[in-house]
Design a protein around this ligand. Structure first.
Ligand SMILES: NC(=O)c1ccc[n+]([C@@H]2O[C@H](COP(=O)([O-])OP(=O)(O)OC[C@H]3O[C@@H](n4cnc5c(N)ncnc54)[C@H](OP(=O)(O)O)[C@@H]3O)[C@@H](O)[C@H]2O)c1
Length: 231
């Protein structure tokens, strides 16, 4: 399988590249700063050419266009939109709207840019289904929001979920399965010190779910343990 995974210099994305490389899959691993992405580059160096590191800020049309050029004529079987930011955690009164716009750009529009640019490559996949995975969050669930706050993050992930729903409808006839994943509360920079899920466990669970995807899963919101999560 050939994967494109965004945001792979640390956290969930880095661990995903590590596990995919260990099982011999091919990965185009995007990072914002290739020179600083020592751990991702080390995985690439040890992969015998199977892992490639490509620069991409998902807020940049030019970067995403370059990513598509780097993929070239190769088929891509799975795109994982993992790159994301928390945004500032501010009250309703104190909300920084410029930060909210930037968060929305990275978390909601970034995945649309990436999928749009990689549609030709995904269309060339000969896998049983062409997989698009949005790494969203339980905080993007409207049903699950009982604690309020986190406007920029929650809104951006809810928008991502809606984008995925439309993609799942628009691309179904072309053999795509587009899903949303909640990775859990994961021990990364974003998850912070209170997080209860080791990153290797979250990623192993997500990969198991992604591997098993079939046409009936199109449009679903999964949590990393394999069950579904409410929109
Ligand atoms: N950790 C959790 O508990 C948790 C829970 C629910 C959902 N998630 C989601 O899981 C995904 C990964 O989170 P994480 O915990 O691994 O976070 P993380 O440790 O903060 O890593 C975030 C990754 O996204 C990259 N990134 C941020 N903005 C980007 C942009 N504009 N373009 C390209 N890459 C960008 C970062 O690159 P730089 O180093 O260059 O900033 C980094 O590689 C995110 O979408 C997050 O919302 C995480």
């Amino acid at each position: 399988m050939r994967w494109v995974v965004t945001g792979t210099n640390r956290g969930i994305g880095l661990e995903m590249v590590r596990q995919l490389a260990a099982r011999g899959d091919e990965v185009v691993a995007t990072v914002r700063d290739v020179a600083a992405a020592h751990l991702t580059r080390a995985l690439a160096d040890a992969s015998g050419g199977k892992v490639r590191v490509v620069a991409c800020d998902v807020r940049s049309d030019a970067d995403v266009g370059n990513l598509a050029r780097e993929v070239g004529e190769l088929p891509v079987d799975v795109v994982v939109n993992n790159a994301g930011v928390m945004g500032k955690m501010l009250s309703l009164e104190g909300l920084d709207l410029a930060d909210a716009v930037s968060t929305f750009d990275a978390n909601a529009l970034g995945p649309i840019r990436v999928v749009r640019a990689l549609l030709p490559a995904l269309s060339r996949s000969r896998a049983s289904v062409k997989r698009v995975v949005q790494v969203s969050s339980g905080m993007g669930s409207i049903t699950d929001n009982t604690s309020g706050g986190a406007y920029a993050y929650r809104m951006s992930k809810a928008a991502l979920n809606m984008a995925n729903k439309s993609m799942s409808v628009d691309l179904a006839a072309r053999g795509f399965v587009c899903i949303v994943m909640n990775p859990g509360w994961v021990q990364t920079d974003m998850g912070g010190s209170g997080a209860n899920t080791p990153v290797d466990v979250s990623v192993r669970n997500m990969l198991g779910r992604i591997d098993a995807l079939g046409p009936d899963d199109n449009g679903a919101f999964f949590d990393h343990k394999g069950g579904t999560f409410p929109y």
